[in-house]
Design a protein around this ligand. Structure first.
Ligand SMILES: CC(C)(COP(=O)(O)OP(=O)(O)OC[C@H]1O[C@@H](n2cnc3c(N)ncnc32)[C@H](O)[C@@H]1OP(=O)(O)O)[C@@H](O)C(=O)NCCC(=O)NCCS
Length: 339
């Protein structure tokens, strides 16, 4: 283990310590709640509830249970001062062979910030990943979080890609017009292979590194065809797809999923890099037209934050960024080798 307690030498259990669920679970739950409380998604809230529940069981039983229940929180480091957990970082293997590790829950209590605690915790995490033979440390940060971004850059993390969700609360009374020159035509469900190929072409190499595209989310086999037909018949959901072609090549496409199941509709689109700047407004406008016949729910568009013309088209149509996350990475092997 590459980490030692960095606190005052007279207080052996102070400073950076490996996360031990028997002693730190309650403190980490309180810290995560204080720092991220309002910002947690449903999974995060559920995990936090479990942590709080388990920490009430006492050090032994709670510690044992947490190993099974809270796999995500088992590795990590805390910063302890006067018996209080005031800093945390969590580590999780992100792939099968342990080459990639995900860093999350980086948090320092408000009253203790700017003292180097965040940097010390991150450094401990990077050393630990190197000790365990990991190659890359990967994390995500909201693009507006400059404090965390500067911390990560300082430690040698570099930008990988931006991905976000944009939200339109209601359709505008006057829908944007679709430029007929964009040449959008309906896409058949059977055109899933060109759409998959387009999805590949429209993401950068680094974005592919961060997350490989799952063909299953494009593939439309018989089961999916029947499902989509049934969805339309029952009115539960309706999928529409439109695309612009250059001969046999799909240049750009938009897909809308109008549903009454989730109380929001979805819109996603992609444009080949060489066709960027000319089709985005038409794709978003076409998507909004397709959704105009659906119940009046908000519309969520998940899109690459690196596609500037796509983001501009969403914002021109009234969408606002709900959450844009920057993925960052750090080559732990080369850093270790460089020492
Ligand atoms: C981000 C966070 C963990 C930083 O912890 P910290 O202990 O205050 O950070 P450190 O004192 O180790 O600072 C290290 C470097 O980070 C950067 N930094 C930290 N806070 C900053 C701030 N408020 N503004 C600008 N830069 C900041 C600086 O580059 C700093 O180096 P410097 O002090 O030499 O200029 C802390 O602000 C926090 O808990 N924020 C809320 C939770 C959060 O956003 N977590 C990250 C989620 S991805």
């Amino acid at each position: 283990m590459a980490v030692f307690a960095l606190g005052r030498s007279s207080q052996a259990q102070e400073g950076v310590l490996p996360f031990d669920p028997r002693h730190h679970l309650r403190g980490v739950a309180e810290l995560v709640s204080e720092v991220f409380g309002d910002d947690l998604d449903a999974v995060g809230r559920e995990t936090l509830r479990e942590m709080q529940m388990v920490s009430r069981l006492g050090p032994f039983l709670g510690g044992m249970l947490s190993m099974g229940l809270l796999g995500e929180f088992v590795y990590g480091f805390v910063w302890v001062e006067r018996g209080q957990v005031i800093g945390n970082v969590t580590l999780q293997r992100a792939d099968f062979d342990g080459a990639r590790w995900r860093i999350s829950n980086v948090a320092v209590a408000r009253a203790h910030r700017r003292r180097g605690i965040g940097r010390a915790l991150l450094q401990a995490a990077l050393d630990e990943i190197a000790d365990r033979g990991g190659g890359w440390a990967v994390l995500q940060v909201r693009i507006e979080n400059q404090a965390a971004y500067r911390l990560y850059r300082q430690l040698g993390f570099s930008d990988v890609c931006r991905d976000g969700a944009w939200r339109l609360p209601v359709l505008p009374p006057r829908l944007p017009q679709v430029n007929p020159n964009a040449g959008l035509r309906p896409l058949a469900a059977a055109d899933w292979m060109p759409r998959l190929e387009l999805a590949h072409a429209s993401r950068s190499q680094l974005a592919h590194w961060a997350e490989t595209i799952n063909p299953a989310s494009y593939e439309v086999g018989l089961g999916r065809l029947l499902g989509e037909a049934l969805g339309r018949l029952t009115g539960l959901y309706r999928i529409e797809r439109w695309g612009a072609w250059d001969g046999e090549r799909l240049l750009a496409a938009v897909e809308t999923i109008a549903g009454s199941l989730h109380e929001y509709h979805r819109l996603r689109f992609a444009v080949r890099p060489e066709a960027r700047g000319g089709l985005e407004n038409a794709l978003v406008a076409k998507g909004l037209q397709a959704l105009a016949r659906a119940p009046a729910f908000p519309i969520i568009a998940e899109h690459s934050g690196d596609h500037a013309a796509g983001v501009a088209a969403l914002e021109a149509a009234g969408f606002r960024a709900q959450r844009v996350l920057l993925t960052m990475r750090h080559n732990v092997e080369s850093a270790a080798g460089a020492v």
